[in-house]
Design a protein around this ligand. Structure first.
Ligand SMILES: *[C@@H]1O[C@H](CO)[C@@H](O)[C@H](O)[C@H]1NC(C)=O
Ligand SMILES: *[C@@H]1O[C@H](CO)[C@@H](O)[C@H](O)[C@H]1NC(C)=O
Ligand SMILES: *[C@@H]1O[C@H](CO)[C@@H](O)[C@H](O)[C@H]1NC(C)=O
Ligand SMILES: *[C@@H]1O[C@H](CO)[C@@H](O)[C@H](O)[C@H]1NC(C)=O
Length: 463
């Protein structure tokens, strides 16, 4: 029955195909140049036809693509979880107001040029992609700069809910004030993220009871980089620190990407990167706000273009927050000390001890702390010149610094002593110095105690 159906379908498709061929031949006779264009446009890259488009956009990647939906209880044999520690980035947010003003004012101009290019037969964007682009309008409110969006709220709520399920004998409901510490930076997006996580973990009924510590200013635990003069001067405000990214932007790979986008969109003079970046920005925020919806602006880019743009950000953040400069991670010892000291107290049976400590912060903090822990370190540095070699790099911000990214550490009491497991994006990960994901506390301690006890941020950050 279904075979017959398939046969009929196939025949139908063939007939249509032949008919379409005849038709295009007819119009070929009528207007040679027009058909040539149509033919070219038919062969074109058509984003609308891609069922699972590329969704890795560096730090603006949706958490959806990194989450772990398996929330089975975690029970290493002979162990009970004793303490849970979390450092999380906020969820998906709006762009800055400055960026939104640009998106709202400049993007419509680019949009209408692309459409008129297409109408004039220039470029190779397919008809459906043009149709999608024609319908686009900037919807967000420019005054809501950097606010957590609905999807971001869902991301954090889901993480809280799933971790509660995994550690249900430790992170028990209802919420008990003395058992938990919640803290976030002084921004709406981390505040709202902390509340979303708490709601996922303790439920709607309990959320009103959850106590959130007053964020400190300056925030030396969760925004240590903002008070680290040495880092601010030598890295953040120093364009030489970004030489690898700059060289990559000047490389043949990058320049030919710009050329091919220019041609694809039918422009006669080469687009500048600021225009391309604006289209990219809209594409990635669209996909962060509505991960499963098509973004007309993503149609501008081929998968390879997106990988090139992704590499550009990986390079930037490697030198801004990662292994590129020692000051990036040397200043990040306080969060490490926080969890180390906290676990040590439990191991030494010093009470009182909270069951859970939850901190909500930003990309710059998370990446520096992950680097301080020695995570995602490649055998060689990420450079403008070694993209091919680094194809399978650990340092991929799409995977380690998406919205909702987090590092969680759990202390277990087992029949033969204490153990620690680290989780990134809800999956266990082996820490340096450990033989397994479930790591002996003595190994954990040998690796990290020296970093905790020598932590002197003021000294480290002195110029
Ligand atoms: C909850 O605990 C915090 C200290 O972590 C304290 O400041 C606060 O007053 C407590 N709230 C209630 C309702 O007991
Ligand atoms: C955090 O958000 C809550 C709820 O929206 C608000 O009442 C509170 O003032 C905010 N806290 C800070 C420190 O902004
Ligand atoms: C990029 O090109 C546009 C015109 O397409 C122009 O308005 C804009 O100023 C240029 N930006 C830079 C940074 O050169
Ligand atoms: C760890 O568990 C053992 C039983 O397996 C118990 O005797 C011990 O007191 C626990 N240690 C701590 C620090 O809770």
């Amino acid at each position: 029955m279904s075979k017959l159906f398939n046969l009929i379908l196939l025949t139908l498709v063939l007939v249509l195909f032949v008919e379409a061929g005849k038709h295009s031949k007819k119009s070929y006779d009528k207007g040679k140049s027009k058909t040539l264009i149509n033919k070219k446009q038919k062969q074109a890259h058509c984003y609308d036809d891609i069922d699972s488009p590329y969704v890795f956009f560096g730090t603006k990647t949706s958490y959806r693509w990194n989450r772990n939906k398996n929330d089975d209880e975690v029970t290493p044999p002979g162990c009970v979880a004793q303490q849970f520690w979390l450092l999380a980035r906020h969820g998906s947010r709006n762009p800055t107001t400055e960026d939104m003003i640009k998106l709202k004012s400049v993007l419509p101009l680019i949009q209408s040029k692309i459409i008129s290019n297409h109408k004039a037969g220039r470029g190779s964007i397919c008809k459906d992609d043009i149709k999608n682009l024609e319908k686009w309008k900037f919807h967000a409110n420019v005054d809501d700069g950097e606010l957590l969006v609905k999807e971001g709220y869902k991301e954090l709520k889901g993480i809280g809910d799933r971790f509660q399920h995994r550690f249900r004998t430790l992170l028990t409901k209802p919420y008990v004030n003395s058992s938990y510490i919640f803290q976030h930076t002084n921004t709406e997006r981390t505040n709202a993220s902390a509340r979303a996580f708490a709601k996922g973990m303790f439920g709607k009924k309990n959320i009103a009871d959850v106590f959130f510590q007053k964020s400190s200013n300056p925030d030396i635990l969760l925004r240590f980089d903002q008070v680290c003069d040495k880092w601010k001067r030598k890295v953040q405000a120093n364009s030489d620190a970004q030489i690898e990214r700059t060289l990559f932007e000047e490389s043949d790979i990058f320049l030919s990407m710009i050329q091919s986008i220019t041609h694809r969109l039918g422009f006669s003079s080469t687009l500048n990167f600021s225009d391309i970046n604006l289209m990219y920005t809209m594409c990635l925020y669209d996909k962060a706000w509505h991960p499963k919806k098509l973004s007309p602006w993503c149609a501008v880019f081929s998968k390879e273009d997106l990988k090139i743009l992704e590499y550009r950000e990986d390079l930037e953040l490697y030198y801004e927050n990662g292994y590129g400069f020692p000051i990036n991670y040397e200043q990040a010892c306080l969060p490490l000390k926080n969890v180390y000291d906290s676990f040590r107290r439990v191991v030494d049976n010093i009470s009182p001890n909270p069951k859970g400590k939850f901190y909500f912060t930003h990309t710059g903090t998370i990446l520096k702390v992950m680097t301080r822990f020695g995570l995602f370190k490649d055998a060689m540095p990420v450079k403008h010149s070694n993209r091919e070699l680094m194809k399978h790099r650990e340092w991929r911000t799409s995977l380690i610094s998406s919205f909702g990214t987090h590092l969680a550490l759990v202390l277990f009491n087992c029949t033969d002593g204490h153990y620690v497991t680290a989780y990134v994006q809800e999956r266990p990960i082996k820490l340096p110095g450990c033989t397994n994901e479930l790591c002996k506390f003595s190994d954990f301690s040998a690796q990290y105690e020296p970093l905790a006890t020598s932590c002197d941020v003021e000294e480290t950050c002195r110029i």
